[in-house]
Design a protein around this ligand. Structure first.
Ligand code: FAD
Length: 599
């Protein structure tokens, strides 16, 4: 987005002042990730996002990726921006030294990922997909496979994809048909067609490494018969050199609502040579290991759109003059007052701000948990982080992307009719971020994962672990009189969250559809409570800073104002969600298919 500013200061506030990242990195042995180093890296990422990616965002939307006879061309400037990204060493930030990476923590690279996507969602998809591919090979690949593929991927001269979806199966991967036949040399021939493959074909890199799920001959039906393969566009020697073309082609790209510069490809495998990654028929288990990070990555895209929409709307609201303020003239030298003076415009701006900053705190916390699960040597700490992350991942994915729809819609609304016009970039943000609630598991699928698999599936244990953290925190600030009301509000919600869980679990023992009927409301309810917890924490931290006599009074007072807005006007959304959840499945299921009459 033109004029986009990377919110470095807020990210550093969350990391350093809220979540103690200096100690966190030191405890995990990341000596290189000192606060100064983090700031220096952030500042370079911010420059790249603002000066290189943001200026080509609108042209990317205008021209889009194009397909001609299997060749995909990205819009002007995209390839050159990727070249700069590679020269900056960004693709390998978190990858091990032995493959040419910088071995920096996951959370560091992910936090700045918000700015790449905020500046240019489409462009950021290409390197984003590569990260999933590298993580899969790093964790599940053999030494030979790592040697073949990782150096070039880490360097960035090759990119990667994740090929799961087929025309007849998206959420329900158990139905997949793509076949893998073993060859005598230990490789496999893959045959089938994948659809909707992001970055499946393009002009950024010399080779594209596809991670593909497929079925072996005689594999069990359903998800127990899915295996994982690595299949390059160009064959690769054991030493990692690019060889002849493999039988992988791009049949077409989709014409779609948004992220037009991101090529969404049909990828055809016609007895293409590939290699098994991990164990036969255990492909989905391998995928689960990086599913958390892929889902957090999509939540981050939602956050980036929320922030960008807020930035655009705020600037416009300060400039646009319409009517006088209800309390009298604010801009005597002008013909009218800036629209930021009108309460309803403030309602929209504060909703965006509360979502951007609250959601940022939540997602950086989730990234901190990922760090612990990946790098900690303390088994207890690791186990605790895994439990919290399991609960929070579907919330991060779905809540941050669902609320991005509201925030980007307000981005347009604050501009009035001008928000609907291309020139300002607000309608592009709304179109681009719309996909985020769908790919990487729809909101419906995240909600079932949260309620049925994580919460009920653990007999409430995963919920209780996180609730304990929040309750302990509320108790610790309860005696600070100015925070008593907010900490009580969160505490009361924790009781209700547990009660709602127990109610729906009970109903589900006689009717399993109760879980599906409650799930999305349950997820959104959880999101508002969890973000409320982070707003409470931010308010306490901000007050401490003000008490210490900080010179940055506006920044911290804004946190207190926004906390008040969140508790007064946003947390109360839980009322209607709790009521919908409590109403049960019958009002959804009793109408017959035939009675869904049209007209
Ligand atoms: C732009 C774009 C990029 C993409 N990139 C990739 C990629 O890189 N790699 C890749 O493999 N795929 C990719 N996808 C595919 C994407 O992940 C799938 O579209 C998504 O998983 C949903 O699958 P589906 O479209 O088949 O919808 P379906 O699974 O058919 O779902 C349709 C609707 O039914 C609901 N539903 C289904 N089952 C249930 C249930 N049990 N309970 C409640 N509701 C249910 C869903 O929530 C949804 O609302 C991409 C898609 C798009 C559009």
């Amino acid at each position: 987005m033109q004029g986009y500013k990377s919110p470095q200061k807020d990210a550093l506030f969350v990391m350093n002042e809220l979540l103690g990242f200096e100690k966190h990195y030191a405890d995990l042995g990341f000596e290189d990730a000192s606060p100064d180093m983090v700031e220096a890296i952030f500042s370079e990422a911010a420059k790249f996002s603002e000066n290189v990616l943001a200026p080509i965002n609108a042209i990317g939307d205008e021209i889009g990726a194009t397909w001609d006879d299997g060749v995909v061309t990205t819009p002007p400037g995209f390839k050159e921006a990727y070249q700069q990204y590679v020269e900056g060493g960004w693709p390998g930030m978190t990858r091990p030294h032995e493959f040419g990476g910088q071995a920096l923590p996951y959370s560091l690279a992910s936090t700045l990922g918000e700015w790449l996507s905020g500046a240019n969602h489409s462009w950021a998809m290409y390197p984003g997909l590569s990260q999933g591919c590298m993580a899969t090979l790093e964790t599940h690949g053999t030494d030979e496979q790592r040697k073949m593929f990782l150096h070039k991927l880490v360097e960035g001269s090759w990119t990667g994809t994740m090929c799961l979806t087929e025309s007849h199966c998206g959420s329900d991967l158990g139905m997949l048909k793509c076949k893998a036949e073993p060859n005598t040399d230990g490789s496999y021939n893959l045959t089938g067609s994948k659809i909707f493959i992001s970055a499946g074909e393009h002009d950024f890199s010399e080779n594209i490494v596809h991670i593909v799920i497929a079925r072996l001959p005689d594999a069990p039906k359903g998800t127990r018969g899915i295996s994982l393969f690595v299949v390059p566009k160009f064959n690769v020697s054991p030493e990692g050199e690019k060889l002849d073309r493999n039988a992988v082609t791009c049949g077409s790209i989709e014409h779609k609502m948004g992220i037009k510069a991101s090529a969404t490809c049909v990828i055809n495998f016609d007895a293409a040579k590939g290699y098994l990654v991990g164990t036969e028929n255990r492909g989905l288990n391998c995928m689960f290991t990086f599913m958390n990070t892929a889902r957090i990555g999509t939540g981050l895209e939602g956050l980036s759109a929320t922030e960008a929409a807020f930035q655009g709307a705020l600037k416009y609201a300060k400039d646009r003059l319409q009517f006088r303020s209800m309390k009298g003239v604010k801009n005597p030298d002008g013909p009218a007052d800036p629209i930021i003076n009108h309460p309803d415009v403030r309602r929209m701006l504060l909703t965006q701000k509360a979502l951007a900053e609250g959601n940022r705190a939540l997602i950086i916390y989730a990234m901190q948990l990922v760090d612990v699960t990946q790098y900690s040597k303390d088994d207890d700490a690791k186990q605790l982080a895994e439990a919290k992350l399991a609960l929070l991942t579907p919330i991060v994915k779905a809540f941050l992307t669902e609320t991005a729809q509201e925030a980007t819609s307000y981005g347009m609304q604050v501009y009035g009719g001008h928000g609907y016009i291309k020139e300002w970039g607000m309608e592009q943000l709304a179109r681009d971020t719309r996909i985020c609630t769908m790919y990487e598991g729809t909101t419906g699928i995240q909600a079932i994962d949260l309620l049925a698999r994580k919460v009920v599936g653990s007999n409430g244990e995963l919920l209780n672990v996180f609730v304990k953290e929040v309750r302990d925190y509320c108790l610790s600030v309860r005696d600070k009189s100015q925070f008593a009301a907010w900490s009580n509000a969160i505490n009361t919600h924790l009781d209700e969250w547990q009660q709602l869980t127990s109610d729906v679990s009970k109903r589900a023992t006689t009717n399993p559809e109760e879980l599906g009927a409650a799930s999305v409301d349950y997820l959104m309810y959880s999101g508002y409570v969890v973000v409320g917890y982070f707003w409470l924490k931010m308010a306490v931290t901000a007050q401490q800073k003000l008490d210490e006599g900080t010179s940055d009074v506006d920044f911290y007072q804004a946190k207190l104002h926004t906390t008040k807005f969140y508790f007064d006007r946003m947390l109360s959304r839980t009322r209607s969600l709790a009521s919908a959840m409590g109403s049960g499945a019958d009002n959804l299921m009793s109408i017959s298919e035939e009675q869904f009459l049209v007209g």
